[in-house]
Design a protein around this ligand. Structure first.
Ligand SMILES: [Zn+2]
Length: 55
């Protein structure tokens, strides 16, 4: 079984824009909490910054 990209990587975590299926997400943020590791994809640095501000 090949490893498929997680579904949540197909969309920008901030604006919800669909990202190219053939490309690695332009911006990927890994959030390491005490007992949880989350990965978010963003369409560009602006969305990543906006998402960080909204937290
Ligand atoms: Zn976006």
């Amino acid at each position: 079984m090949t490893s498929e990209r997680p579904e949540f990587w197909n969309y920008c975590a901030h604006c919800g824009a669909e990202l190219g299926l053939d490309d690695w997400p332009p911006v990927v943020e890994l959030v390491h909490d005490i007992d949880d590791h989350s990965i978010y994809s963003f369409c560009d640095d602006g969305c990543k910054a906006a998402w960080n501000r909204s937290e």
